[in-house]
Design a protein around this ligand. Structure first.
Ligand code: ATP
Ligand code: MG
Length: 579
């Protein structure tokens, strides 16, 4: 557990650490105030039991004189009032530190969440191809929240409680060493024993909660994304069964950890009540008279009343930390990496416009998890201003070539070159600014048509005139204008309210909206009828001027629009002549 704290602390920024220390100080103060509050019951009880003390005790006498020597009853009321005031003050302080603590924990969880999101956003497409998006969402949303509620908050609470327990124990020990030590030993032994026996189980339950939640998340994600297939293949029951199974496991693990956290309290309560009786008997036998026993006994009860819940809360905090260790461990590497490049990237690199050619120079590439080499020494030359088609069998690697040309994935060997210069680092970002891409399946956000065309821009910055121009170029203007709200029509989640061909045209308009020099299309017109496709090609070629077109296509009849046709076969390209 100590190791977990060390790792967690290593993740904090300087400001977060400073806040942490301030909180610790506040908690120390709170514990001190509580101690004074508890201790102040002693004079009250002492005077109540033996009013003579007002005269015989030096300190009390001075206070008594300070109040102008009132009657015993009135003086008792004063002391009682002071006691209540002190308790009020210490509880107020406790409430405040509790609030600040929770606030800190949640803020920290939120900051972790943002930095993990930032980190995932900036990973390349190869990373995202490999990862299940539901898992990433789980990390960003649920696991970071769990860190704040089950790791950071309990850790702070544990710290605060530890201060109080130490101080209160010291007070009881000061009053009577033997009784204090024996009761403390019993108290801690019970908790330690319970924790020692159960900790493996608590850890396992915590791991189960996050694992089964992750699988529930994945299941939900897939269900709604593939709802049509699910209906077609009547897969509802099977999905429901899997979901029910995981849900039961989560519920079981959560409730079990809850009861494992609470159960020792009942044992301890019994022990403490019996202990209080024993202490009373012991004191009466030892000291003989009630007057001497009462204040000490009152202090014990008070301290016990304050101490036992604190030990219980500490134990609960420890079980929570234990149950959060598994998700923390799985998130730790990500958080560490996220911390390392937390600063937002600068996106002000100027667009890199090609003047002569775009080329692949002896490019070798294979996907990390498929053992087979896709390309080895592939060379491809695309003169600026030409329209180039790439054809080849399905699975030959056409989409992969496009991703390399776009700079979305980096080749293992060889280079992507513009005007003969290899692209790296900052240049690559500039390059991405000057290319537009329409993928095989166009992604539409749940927003208006205009927002989908001016993708990635805040609504206020959308240039509607430009949106209309590019929509016309992409052959999309006619159908958009017929929509109920025109350019302001919402397209539904993932563009559910838009047809396949309309989606492709919105995709083309989007690629054109940014002022690009190269337009890359991956079978981006295969859902269109010939007439619409022809119109779009003619628009692109005439309006775009010197724009370079690179397109993957299977359709014979589109090939005549291109200046040059490359055919991809077994990792090598050849020029197709005579069309
Ligand atoms: N992320 C990935 N991880 C591992 N292998 C991949 C990945 N993406 C594609 N592949 C594999 O790489 C090969 C080339 O894929 P690519 O998508 O480039 O083919 P394609 O020529 O575009 O095919 P299609 O015409 O069907 O779109 C395929 O065998 C595919 O299985
Ligand atoms: Mg493809």
């Amino acid at each position: 557990m100590f190791n977990t704290f060390k790792k967690l602390f290593g993740l904090l920024t300087r400001r977060q650490r400073r806040d942490f220390y301030v909180l610790q100080l506040l908690m120390l103060l709170t514990a001190g105030a509580e101690l004074v509050g508890v201790a102040s019951i002693m004079p009250f009880m002492a005077v109540a039991a033996d009013p003579q003390l007002i005269v015989s005790n030096d300190y009390l006498h001075r206070v008594y004189v300070f109040f102008g020597e009132p009657s015993t009853d009135v003086f008792l009321t004063y002391i009682g009032g002071a006691f209540i005031l002190l308790i009020l003050l210490s509880n107020g302080l406790l409430l405040l530190s509790q609030y600040l603590m929770n606030n800190y924990a949640h803020r920290l969880g939120g900051e972790f969440s943002v930095s993990v999101y930032n980190y995932y956003l900036r990973q390349n497409t190869l990373f995202h191809n490999r990862k299940n998006s539901a898992d990433l969402i789980q990390h960003i949303m649920r696991d970071t929240l769990r860190l704040s509620t089950h790791l950071v908050a309990p850790a702070l609470r544990l710290n605060g409680r530890a201060f109080s327990i130490l101080l209160l124990s010291a007070l009881i020990i000061y009053v009577d060493v033997f009784v204090a030590l024996s009761s403390l030993v019993v108290l801690l032994a019970v908790y330690w024993f319970v924790f020692y026996v159960l900790r493996a189980r608590i850890y396992r339950n915590g791991k189960n909660v996050s694992d089964y939640n992750a699988s529930r998340n994945r299941l939900l994600n897939e269900s709604f994304e593939g709802i049509k297939d699910i209906k077609l293949y009547a897969a509802e029951n099977q999905l429901l069964q899997r979901f029910r199974g995981s849900t039961r496991e989560v519920a079981r693990a959560l409730s079990e950890n809850m009861i494992l956290g609470q159960s020792p309290y009942y044992i301890v309560e019994t022990v403490v009540l019996a202990g209080a009786l024993l202490v009373a008997l012991f004191l009466i036998m030892q000291k003989g008279d009630m007057e001497a026993v009462l204040p000490v006994l009152a202090l014990y009860c008070m301290a016990g009343f304050k101490l036992v819940p604190k030990v219980q809360q500490s134990y609960l905090a420890i079980t929570q930390i234990r149950s959060a260790q598994a998700p923390f461990n799985s998130l730790y590497e990500v958080l560490k990496a996220a911390n390392r490049d937390d600063r937002p990237e600068r996106d002000d690199s100027p667009a890199l416009r090609p003047r002569k050619s775009i080329s692949l120079d002896k490019v070798g590439f294979s996907y990390p998890e498929s053992g087979k080499t896709l390309f080895d020494g592939l060379t491809l030359d695309i003169p600026v201003g030409e329209a180039v088609a790439i054809t080849g069998a399905s699975g030959a690697g056409k989409s992969t070539i496009l991703e390399i040309l776009l700079g979305l994935i980096e080749p293992d060997t060889g280079h992507l070159c513009v005007d003969g210069e290899p692209l790296t680092g900052q240049k690559l970002k500039g390059w991405r600014r000057s290319v537009g891409f329409v993928p095989q399946t166009v992604y539409l956000a749940d927003a208006s048509v205009a927002e989908n065309i001016a993708f990635g821009l805040p609504v206020a910055e959308i240039d509607y005139e430009r949106v209309q121009t590019v929509a016309r170029l992409a052959g999309a203007a006619d159908f958009i204008e017929e929509l109920a709200q025109g350019y302001d029509t919402l397209v539904g989640e993932r563009g559910a309210l838009i047809s396949g061909g309309q989606r492709q045209r919105i995709g083309i308009a989007r690629a054109l909206y940014r002022d690009v020099s190269v337009l890359v299309l991956d079978e981006a017109t295969n859902a269109l009828d010939n007439a619409t496709q022809e119109e779009i090609f003619r628009n692109l070629r005439s309006a775009a001027g010197s724009m370079t077109l690179i397109m993957v296509t299977h359709r014979e009849e589109t090939l005549r629009f291109f200046d040059r046709i490359y055919s991809l076969e077994e990792g090598a390209v050849s020029v197709v002549e005579g069309l």
